[in-house]
Design a protein around this ligand. Structure first.
Ligand code: HPA
Length: 263
């Protein structure tokens, strides 16, 4: 695993003083609208970062403050389905680590496979299935412990915040697939049997990378649609983006409460 060369970070990133990183998934870019003191750094200004061309993925770092806490947010991620290798997909995470982030919150848009967790709800990721067939750690380091990728104390704390706010927060296992196509109904049935509660095309590689760097990780799926075969319509990227936009506020409330009560 190559580390990100800290001396190639632009000064705003190198000196950002944010120990918390946040990666925003499809349609979730508006999460940063409520942050104060925004500084924006387009990925193009960071040497060595691949750029994403997917609609809804802006491709910039934003440094801001929420509930008095400095946050380095990555708006727009890199995906395997764009043709990048696993270690390229996770360059963003290495850059955030080099910029000083010790904790990382990963968000994504996902299809829900469980009737009790409908679209429009957030799901706290308790564990994942890496079904991408690859890893950012190919070539080493080997044998990183994956017993608790998503920090249990951190999860507990988010659940407490959700309860205080009376916000419905589901929980479960996120399955990360390569895409770029959505799944077939048969694939969703298979994934349900495997234990997947939500399905998407990101997050797992970033979580693996972050754990290999010793970062504490939390993950949230914005359940944007019924997984294939469970709803009555067809899946569309448009639907995913619209649902993401409509529930972004819930996540900002949850994160603000969490940050204000646990520093
Ligand atoms: N499947 C895969 N990825 C997704 C989905 C889905 O149903 N919704 C949002 N991202």
């Amino acid at each position: 695993m190559q580390t990100f060369p800290a001396d190639s970070l632009p000064p705003e990133l190198a000196n950002c003083d944010a120990r918390l990183g946040l990666v925003l998934g499809s349609g979730l870019g508006s999460l940063i609208d409520g942050f104060g003191d925004l500084i924006e750094i387009p990925y193009g200004e960071v040497p060595g970062l691949p750029r994403s061309a997917v609609a809804g993925h802006a491709g910039k770092f934003v440094i801001g403050t929420l509930a008095g806490v400095r946050i380095l947010a990555a708006c727009g991620r890199i995906h395997l389905y764009e043709g990048y290798r696993a270690d390229e997909v996770t360059t963003l995470v290495r850059a955030m680590h080099a910029a000083g982030c010790e904790r990382l919150i990963l968000t994504n848009a996902a299809g829900t496979t469980r009737l009790h967790q409908p679209p429009g709800q957030w799901m706290l990721i308790e564990d994942h299935l890496n079904l991408t067939g690859t890893s950012p750690l190919e070539g080493g380091p080997n044998f990183i412990d994956m017993s608790e990728v998503y920090s249990e104390p951190w999860r507990e704390s988010f659940l407490e915040s959700a309860e205080t706010l009376d916000l419905e927060l589901g929980r479960g296992v996120y399955a990360g697939l390569r895409g770029p196509q959505y799944e077939t109904p048969a694939e969703i049935q298979m994934l349900r049997h495997l234990g997947a509660d939500a399905v998407g095309m990101s997050t797992v590689l970033e979580a693996i990378q972050a754990r290999a760097l010793g970062m504490e990780v939390a993950g949230f799926s914005c359940l944007t649609n019924w997984a294939a075969g469970l709803g009555d319509g067809h899946l569309s990227h448009q639907e995913v983006m619209e649902t993401g936009l409509s529930v972004a506020d819930d996540f900002v409330r949850l994160l603000s409460h969490h940050l204000a009560h646990q520093k």
